[in-house]
Write a protein that binds this ligand. Structure first.
Ligand code: ATP
Length: 314
């Protein structure tokens, strides 16, 4: 099948995947629709267990969806991987500890199919320069730091010059410096027009690298849009206050305020998740006669939970 620049590089429609659990099947991915277009760099952001890895495994043809369809560069995930058009840096997947960095590159290049292999072998030097692995070419993998090993995996993924690159938490376990170095390398590659989808726990990584962020929680898409907009949603604060009179009626009024994402009530105490905490605090004090007001910044994790349970924002 031929593709045009308007065709998505990646298309997921109604994708579902469940795993057996003690109390019956657990939906790891619960009906995901997603289109990623050529040249886009998209962060797949979500807390632990959100379904990121399961989704990426299906995109790479490592597992098959229970329902729904996935098209990668106009073909099936498996075919796209076999043709070297999509490659990945995954969390698991080991390197051979006794080989040097350069030997690893050469060995993997020779594993590509005949046509791909010639192309990959010709790219070794260029890719090693680009990923800053050339200077550690003669180092044994076992002597490389976690960050260096991750850069080597990245270099291996670039060997077939894939149109689509999938990264599953590529900086997991790296310290701040190694993480920054990794993203600097990635950024240099980004100009090449490659489509990139990367899973991360870190909002900062989404912010510094992706124009678009897809937020996932409990196997469902919670939000999808420009990263700065997602940031504003996740950066909401919780304003807690005691309400006089009939708190039930106040809850309905509070929901109508700008920036309010969720309103909870415990007795007379209301907890409001909002992106406009100053304005809401002012209104609570002046218009609602509220008292004992507190404003807290939730962790990213709890912001995700609030967003997930607040329903899908537009
Ligand atoms: N092979 C499996 N068998 C049973 N349950 C699984 C399996 N793989 C994933 N799960 C469950 O599916 C859900 C989604 O897991 P997944 O690894 O996709 O999430 P994630 O967003 O990648 O999380 P993390 O950020 O921790 O890697 C979790 O509840 C997980 O426990």
């Amino acid at each position: 099948m031929t593709t045009t620049s308007k065709d998505p590089a990646l298309l997921l429609e109604g994708v579902r995947k469940a795993f057996p659990g003690a109390a019956g099947p657990v939906a790891a991915v619960d009906g995901i629709d997603l289109a990623v277009y050529p040249g886009e760099i998209v962060a797949f952001l979500g807390p632990n267990g959100a379904g990121k890895t399961t989704t990426l495994d299906m995109v790479l043809g490592l597992t098959v969806p229970d329902a729904g369809t996935i098209s990668v560069l106009g073909t099936s995930p498996r075919r796209a991987v076999q043709a070297g058009r999509v490659s990945a840096v995954m969390q698991t997947g080991g390197l051979l500890r006794d080989l040097t960095v350069r030997e690893t590159m050469t060995a993997i290049a020779s594993l590509h199919s005949a046509k791909q292999g010639i192309k990959a072998r010709h790219r070794i030097d260029e890719v090693m320069e680009r990923t800053d692995t050339a200077r550690i070419g003669s180092r044994r993998v076992s002597k490389c730091s976690g960050g260096e090993q991750q850069r080597l995996k990245f270099a291996l993924a670039l060997l077939p010059d894939p149109a689509l690159l999938i990264l599953d938490e590529p900086t997991a376990g790296m310290d701040v410096n190694a993480r920054r170095e990794f993203w600097d390398t990635m950024r240099q590659d980004a100009d090449s027009g490659r489509t990139v989808l990367f899973a991360t726990h870190y909002l900062e990584e989404a912010e510094s690298f992706a124009q678009r962020t897809v937020l996932i929680g409990s196997g469902k898409l919670v939000a999808d849009g420009p990263t700065d907009r997602i940031r504003a949603m996740a950066a909401g604060r919780t304003v807690t206050a005691t309400l006089p009179g009939d708190p039930g009626a106040a809850v309905e009024r509070l929901k109508a305020y700008d920036g309010v994402r969720q309103v909870g009530l415990n007795g007379n105490r209301a907890a409001v998740v909002t992106t406009e905490s100053d304005a809401l605090a002012r209104a609570l004090l002046t218009e609602f006669g509220a008292s004992d007001l507190e404003i807290s910044a939730p962790s990213l994790e709890s912001a995700f939970v609030a967003l997930t349970t607040a329903g899908s924002p537009s």
